[in-house]
Design a protein around this ligand. Structure first.
Ligand SMILES: *Cc1c(COP(=O)(O)O)cnc(C)c1O
Length: 393
């Protein structure tokens, strides 16, 4: 039935399951296990569960399945596995397929917890990881070798919003027989062309734009059916990283409004970036939607937008930057992104606090850098609030 549906229709109806009551809103199947009509039925289901048959919520549940189907449909992926958080998805995708002796090449500019998995966890289990500057194709070329099994990157990096060339990196990965795993949070499923550009696995933290209202943690791993069912599912179902049915229900409802929200947030982010780029008190605005940004052409080709997040370099010390943050009235000081509420983050002292100073410097995480996740408030109000805080700085 979903064949030929366009995105907005998929977002509303994809994966829906109705009980015998014919309820219009999604039901929440808040159940851990499932009862069988007979002992023979139980035996048969444990031998092989059918497409929409369930055993235990750690393995799968009708509500989480509806979420997996809806988001897989949206991404154009064959299948998906929903996880308890974005990090459970990153860990699950990597740990389920890597073994001691494998080699991984990863972009260096990563979300802090992704960096922890690649830098601390995988090497503990005998996986060698080489880090490169994701925007430098020569570094990827030099680092990828025949025993490279996985190439990992964030399509747009956090917090400096560098855009990585997915088509070029996927070609190099595939030439070496490696899989390209893309953490695609900043692109959002609305603007993603990752699979078409050669990614083998796409990961989202659903905590961000998919929930979009700052309530629940969740994540998803998307890819080919055999990878999801034969590699990811056994690992996830036995290690306990499944999404809760309640959170899946929140995410399913989040998907219904995802496109409208993300579009509005991108438009607002573009206007705010333009206003701040022209403000003499801002040393630099990093936003791929700005024509002068180094990632502009690539962002337009890969996503068709600069996204919902920008960052600004105030070129000032920590105290001045804190004065700016503390003077904001509408923007909230927090560390989430993709929320309906606009959020300002100081990466150097929060999300990236743990990094050694030299690594912060290399990644551009200076005392004056502020990351801005644009929400759904009125754009002019957000700009006025920014200007007031710049005055106070
Ligand atoms: C937030 C985020 C994650 C982790 O997601 P959680 O849902 O918080 O576990 C991973 N990667 C990126 C790029 C993120 O922004």
């Amino acid at each position: 039935m979903a064949e030929g549906w366009n995105r907005r229709t998929k977002l509303i109806h994809g994966g829906s399951r109705r009980s015998g009551y014919g309820e219009i809103a999604e039901a929440i199947y808040l159940t851990q296990s499932f009862a069988y009509a007979s002992a023979e039925d139980a035996e048969a289901r444990f031998l092989e569960a059918g497409d929409d048959e369930y055993i235990y919520a750690r393995y799968g549940n009708p509500t989480t399945r509806a979420f997996e189907e809806r988001i897989a449909m949206l991404e154009g992926a064959e299948d998906g596995f929903a996880t308890a958080s974005g990090m459970a998805a990153v860990n699950g995708a990597l740990a389920s397929m890597l073994r001691a002796g494998d080699h991984v090449v990863s972009a260096r500019a990563l979300f802090g917890s992704c960096l922890y998995i690649l830098e601390e966890v995988l090497p503990r289990y005998g996986v060698e990881v080489t880090f490169v500057d994701g925007t430098d194709l020569d570094q990827w070329r030099a680092a990828i070798r025949p025993e490279t099994r996985v190439v990992f990157l964030e399509s747009v990096s956090n917090p400096t919003l560098e855009v990585i060339d997915l088509a070029a990196v996927s070609q190099m990965a595939h030439a070496a027989g490696a899989m390209l795993v893309v953490d695609n949070v900043f692109a959002t499923p609305v603007h993603s062309r990752a699979l078409e550009l050669g990614a083998d696995v796409v990961i989202y933290s659903a905590t961000k734009h998919i929930d979009g209202q700052g309530r629940c943690l969740g994540g998803v791993i998307l890819g080919r059916r055999d990878f999801i069912r034969k590699t990811v599912e056994p690992y996830m179902k036995h290690t306990g990283g499944a999404l809760s049915p309640f959170n899946a229900w929140v995410m399913l409802n989040g998907l219904q409004t995802l496109e409208l929200r993300v579009r509005a947030q991108c438009e607002s982010a573009q206007a705010i970036a333009e206003a701040l780029a022209d403000d003499p008190r801002v040393a630099r605005a990093h936003y791929p939607g700005l024509p002068g940004d180094p990632g502009h052409a690539l962002a337009m080709a890969q996503m068709g937008t600069g996204g919902t997040v920008l960052s600004i370099e105030l070129g000032r010390d920590r105290d001045a930057t804190f004065r700016f943050l503390n003077a904001l009235k509408i923007w909230m000081i927090s560390n989430n992104l993709g929320d309906a509420r606009s959020i300002a983050t100081h990466p150097a002292t929060t999300t990236h606090q743990r990094l050694p100073e030299e690594q912060k410097a290399r990644l551009g995480i200076t005392p004056g850098l502020v990351r801005l996740s644009v929400g759904l408030e009125d754009t002019d109000d957000l700009i006025t609030d920014m200007r007031g805080a710049l005055d106070a700085m």
